[in-house]
Design a protein around this ligand. Sequence first.
Ligand code: CDP
Ligand code: MG
Length: 726
Amino acid sequence: KKQDALYKRYEDSKAEVVLTEQQQWEQQQIHKGKLPAKEKSGGKEYDYVLDLDNIDFVLEETMNAEKEQDARQQAIEAIEQKERSIREVRESLPIFKCRDKLLDMIERNQIMIIVGETGSGKTTQITQYLREAGYTRDGKKIGCTQPRRVAAMSVAARVSEEVGTKLGQKVGYAIRFEDCTSERTEIVYMTDGLLLREFMTEPDLGGYSVLMIDESHERTLHTDILLALVKDVARFRPDLKLLIASATMNAEKFSEYFDGAPIFNIPGRTYPIEMHYTKAPEANYLSASVGSVLQIHASQPKGDILDEIEQAQESLSQAMKALGSKVPELIICPIYANLPADLQARIFEPTPEGARKVVLATNIAETSITIDGVVYVIDPGFVKQNSYNPRTGMESLQVVPCSKASVNQRAGRAGRVGPGKCFRLYTKQAFLTELEDSTPPEILRTNLSSVVLTLKCLGIHNLIDFDFMDPPSASALQQSLEHLYALGALNERGDLTKLGRRMAEFPMDPMMAKALLASEQYHCSEEMASICAMLSVSAAVLYRPKDKKVAADRAHANFVRPGGDHITLLTIWEQWVETGCSMQWCYENFVQYRSMCRARDMRDQIIGLMERVEIVPESNPNPNDTVPIRKALTAGFFYNTARLQRSGDSYATIKRRQTVYIHPSSSLHEERPKLVLYYELVLTSREFMRQVVEIEAKWLLEVAPHYYKKQELEGDFKRKMPKTIK
Ligand code: CDP
Ligand code: MG
């Protein structure tokens, strides 16, 4: 009986932990003197053998010799089977055919541009090839950067499985606030933002023998800065290999930037993709996308669906519920940054026979994650993008049309396993005439303050002459310098202040960092950490099902507190914590449990960061008085302030006098206080302020005396330009 149970465990664990089970079994044998230590693993050396020292065993049973032999044989076969299938998959990838040529070229060149279709094996294979070729022998690591946390984590999990060790050992990942590596780690996947921060502690990247900047065609802000920094490091570290990997497009531009570095092309493998367009423009993308999914599910042959509308989840599950058992199962898998690992893994699990999977993602799936089995792609033609207008100094999250390059990339997802179909929720005419060829790099459309702060910390002072691939305009740089000066992070000479150095410890917008630091002085650091965490998920905290709108609104109204949305968010947080982080409570109050859990993780991390800069967690002594909290917020966000205009419904931002409105979801939407501070602007039909609190003019003079003058806050304010610094 016991033996059967043991075999069953081998069976059950085949998928993940077979290796550990095997070790345990072997260890037992060695303990019992049945298996000489040198013969373990049948004389074959596995990576995980090193782990044997870490396991404690209790002898519980003695098996008879014959069964032992069986068990041993079975376990070894299971491992061999798994190794075989991994090997088969690895060898079937397009990149495998050029393995030796690639290694040879890397050997002969310090910098290389590597181009290949999504799914050709760049991200998962190149690091392993390099490791196999001995690039980690001298104790140095192979690093690979990803623009997104999700990708860094999932790819690391996959590669560690291929290598045959537990995640975090030979293969690990490092993302903001989370380090899953060990001393033994040879391959590390990390976000580009994280490597940027590593530059602060290790400016020569001495721990790495190879760095691969992956998905570089996306040209995220962090990627662009990294490119400039690694280009510089490569000059004084001739032993460091640099690989710039890109899905397609613009390889020449990268090559030029890296002084003519050779381009290595991985021959692709794609199947034809049928393109479908709508006959007329769609008024409602959400319903169009849900409709398309259901239509495909009902009428198209087997194959999974990738839908670029993340919000479709609820409508889809409702529609499926309504259809009941009349239709085959549809497995709905949303994917977003911070998705818990077990849910993430679900996306990559093979779809059971008879069912169909639909993966819902916005942007994330565009390039860095390969999901096998996708045959149908639904593309609304939009992307959520952060846009910054240096003229107005405004940043906003906008839904903007994709470029041709990126919608073609999306469509390409359908042709990985066989012929596919792409359903575009826009007309062919719109595709031809309305879409830009490619998206401008993020550095040209973002708020640079956080970057400038980081670069200043790295000791880079002359930003105008810094070797960016696409340099931001001098005026955008000037804006950020002024912003940082106003926040007190830079002095009038443009040098980093002590406050600035502390702010740089927080990997977030300098305004938020400043508010967190200011909370120390106002004795409310606990509250500010909660607010900061809640703000990061604020767009997805409350929900309002169609059939229970009244009940939801009533529940939500109970959270509203005077002062404004930040205080309301704080109340939601505090009530949830009081219930012991209850899921039931969330359900009853129409609060997204998932978002609350994300906020909790985020908050823990913020508290950790606060400890690093020696802020003692402190609670607002009088919870009914929210003035200290709002003052601390003002100390960070005094740039984002607006005053009610005479007309009585719109606001004008104080410095720039841009017309803005309070978002209808805000608790202050009806009240309309005279002076408000907002967290962000979103542009939909109008420029809306989201997450708003009421503030007082005199606080602005208290927290930013060098930025605001008394006259401009009283009566009619005159237009005044911010002080210019050189
Ligand atoms: O980087 P590139 O797009 O060239 O390809 P890749 O990400 O290395 O993917 C190679 C293969 O690994 C694909 O067939 C993926 O399905 C698989 N893979 C996976 O199973 N799980 C992951 N987390 C990532 C990739
Ligand atoms: Mg990749």
